[in-house]
Design a protein around this ligand. Structure first.
Ligand code: SAM
Length: 343
């Protein structure tokens, strides 16, 4: 086989990575996947363009690129190409798909993408680029993330959609049935908390988050006969409820070590003896040589927040420094992993 030195195939593929992402994101924003999902038959480019109020030429190129990356399928009849979704696109890419990742795509396309165009500055300065990208102060990460109601909803949609994929594996990574009262601190829309209730129906689960987030969660993400209860507060400046198990999912990775330690200390003090803490994060390998997804998430924390992704030993160290014991690590092999410790 040819070496990368003869011709840099892999490099060129990497350079193109952002364009491949944007092919999928644009199709999602235009509504291509929902149209195909709801159509009883394969559709021509002309028909898709008409239904979605787009140019025929542009739509044809987009649909062909989607066939090129094997997200759509095509068959030609009498010289006309008719497009349909693959099973994977039907399952994940429509707003109305059974396991929709639509909200994850919208956030990546509209918020993460502009932030990442300032990645070189983030690396140079060693801090987030909320000021350059959105004109907001770098100190208050969540003020930037929640800069408008629309942005808050988009972020909450992103948070919600991750647990469509990883929720069940995370809540069953350890047997948590011994914990009666579970509080999901920074629990956002309650998506992970609802997975907890499903797996442990005899536990009661409280979602704790900032007042505006809880208001929005109840307005836009509530379910009929919702099995989770919401409670408002600020886990840095206020009190946190008493519980047998505290869940911190993608919370520690937002913050620098000092803030993590003070939050963990507060949890330790509130935790009932015999109680526990469950951290949910994308764990780096101990030598930081992967997984690539966690390495990339860590750069995302640099450009958007104040934190980083960490290997298990750093979480273990913070937990033990705070007083927690019996730290157990479970890698799920998917995007997110779990760490359990007890008081
Ligand atoms: N745990 C959720 C998940 O994994 O889907 C959301 C993770 S999100 C990265 C961090 C969460 O922490 C947000 O829901 C945010 O509103 C919440 N948060 C940030 N600062 C907070 C504070 N001071 N008090 C309570 N919640 C806070």
């Amino acid at each position: 086989s040819q070496s990368e030195l003869d011709y840099p195939f892999k490099l060129l593929e990497y350079f193109n990575g952002f364009r491949v992402s944007k092919v999928i994101f644009s199709a999602c924003e235009l509504g291509v996947f929902d149209l195909l999902l709801n159509s009883q038959e394969p559709l021509s480019a002309q028909r898709v363009a008409r239904e979605l109020d787009a140019s025929v030429d542009g739509m044809e190129r987009l649909l062909d690129a989607l066939v090129g990356i094997e997200i759509l399928e095509v068959e030609t009849t009498d010289g006309t190409a008719f497009y349909s979704s693959t099973d994977v696109a039907n399952l994940y890419l429509g707003k109305g798909s059974a396991k929709s990742l639509h909200d994850m795509i919208i956030y990546q396309s509209q918020t993460i993408y502009p932030l990442w165009s300032n990645m070189a500055d983030a690396v140079r300065e060693g801090r987030n680029q909320n000021e350059k990208t959105f004109g907001l102060p770098p100190e208050d990460v969540f003020q930037a993330i929640y800069r408008s109601e629309e942005e808050m909803l988009k972020f909450m949609g992103l948070m919600n959609s991750s647990w469509v994929l990883d929720g069940h594996d995370i809540v069953t990574a350890f047997n948590l049935s011994c914990f009666q009262t579970i509080v999901d601190l920074g629990g956002c829309t309650g998506a992970l908390a609802r997975e907890m209730v499903k797996a442990y129906p005899s536990s009661s689960v409280i979602v704790f988050d900032l007042p505006l987030v809880v208001e929005s969660a109840q307005k836009h993400f509530a379910q009929e006969n919702d099995a989770v209860v919401f409670q408002t507060g600020d886990f840095f400046s206020g009190e946190i409820p008493a519980a047998d198990l505290y869940v911190l999912a993608r919370v520690i990775h937002d913050w620098p070590e000092e803030k993590c330690l003070s939050l963990l200390k507060k949890i330790y003090d509130a935790c009932r003896p015999g109680g526990g803490i469950l951290l949910v994060e994308a764990l780096l390998f101990e030598n930081r040589r992967g997984p690539i997804m966690a390495q990339i998430f860590s750069l995302n924390m640099l450009v958007q927040a104040e934190g980083r992704e960490r290997p298990p030993s750093q979480y273990t160290h913070m937990l033990e420094e705070t007083g927690f014991q019996n730290v157990q690590v479970c890698r799920t092999g998917k995007s997110y992993d779990a760490i359990l410790a007890t008081r």
